[in-house]
Design a protein. Structure first.
Ligand SMILES: Cc1ncc(COP(=O)(O)O)c(C=O)c1O
Length: 313
């Protein structure tokens, strides 16, 4: 097979921006200058270099997701600013579970989530970042199950395979709905299934993993009016389609309806150009926060508002 490699460009990867990280690190460091001195215990540079060099060598075996000619998977490296900011935060390694675990980063997470919610026109919302789409969908379906215990979850046959599995974990009955020839949920089939009753939530996939197909949200929302089930949008992959200026009119219409669903999952680590793992779950009705209430003795409840550890699984 002809090799596409032409070893003429010694610098495929951006390294110039590393100096910006060093500068930002100096700036971060200055914020802690008043602390008592201590002797650092960073392992010898030679040992770190040995491990790092070994990792770099092994990483060469990964596919070059960064290359514009690579189109094999949805993976791509994060935006440089996301990569550097993520790196910067590693010097602290905050945990936003409780405010004491990440004061500044909790505020940043809330800002980021509010920015994502604004993409759907939501000023009021409840939501947070998490490890990825599967965890985010687990949480959305957990809420659906809490609100309609024992009722069925439906998703199309092209929905991400984890919806069936998640329903199993949550011990909620699950059924697949056939798709049309374009890989979108077949609304006629859905109508038949919901007419039998007992449906708690319909998962609408806004951008299927296999083909990027967008389910017919408008018609599914009409069915919700009649049958009262929850609509959960799995927009893990396609949620950012809305920012594109060149969507087909039909897709634009469906994507623009996302603000009307009950919950939405969108993955910043996919088209949001963030590092893995970063998913986001959002609820239109913030009062679902009541379902999360807990009073664990190892969580610090130091604010009046629900903090991020009180609104996540
Ligand atoms: C539509 C959809 N939902 C859920 C997921 C699961 O996301 P994650 O791999 O971040 O858990 C994916 C992943 O490709 C997806 O495409």
């Amino acid at each position: 097979m002809r090799s596409l490699r032409k070893p003429v460009n010694p610098s495929m990867l951006d390294k110039a921006s590393l100096k910006l990280l060093a500068e930002a690190l100096e700036r971060l460091d200055s914020g802690f200058a008043e602390l008592p001195e201590f002797t650092g215990h960073v392992p010898a540079e030679s040992r770190i270099a040995g491990v790092l060099g070994g990792v770099a060598d092994r990483l060469k075996d990964n596919y070059p997701y960064f290359h514009p000619l690579y189109a094999g998977q949805m993976l791509k490296p994060p935006h440089p600013v996301a990569r550097l900011a993520y790196g910067l935060a590693q010097w602290i390694n905050p945990n936003n579970h409780a405010l004491d675990g990440g004061r500044a980063t909790s505020a940043m997470e809330k800002e980021a989530v509010a920015g994502i919610a604004a993409m759907f026109g939501w000023r009021e919302h409840l939501g947070h970042l998490c490890g990825g789409g599967t965890m985010a969908n687990l949480e959305a379906l957990w809420v659906a199950g809490q609100l309609a215990p024992g009722k069925r979850i439906l998703a199309s046959s092209q929905a991400h395979y984890t919806h069936g599995r998640i329903s199993g974990v949550l011990q909620l009955p699950f059924a697949g709905v056939d798709c049309d020839a374009r890989g979108r949920m077949d609304v006629a089939k859905l109508r038949e299934v919901v007419a039998r009753g007992g449906v708690g939530a319909v998962v609408v996939t806004m951008g299927t993993t296999a083909t990027g197909a967008v389910d017919p949200l408008a018609e599914i929302l009409e069915l919700r009016e009649k049958h009262g089930f929850r609509v959960h949008a799995d927009a893990a992959y396609g949620g950012y389609f809305g920012l594109a200026g060149n969507l087909a009119a039909e897709t634009r219409r469906e994507i623009d309806l996302l603000g009307q669903v009950d919950s939405v999952v969108i993955d910043p680590h996919k088209h949001g150009l963030q590092p893995y793992g970063c998913g986001c779950v959002l609820f239109r009705d913030p009062s679902v926060g009541r379902l999360y209430k807990h009073d664990s003795p190892y969580t610090y409840f130091s604010s009046q508002e629900l903090h991020l550890g009180e609104i996540s699984l």
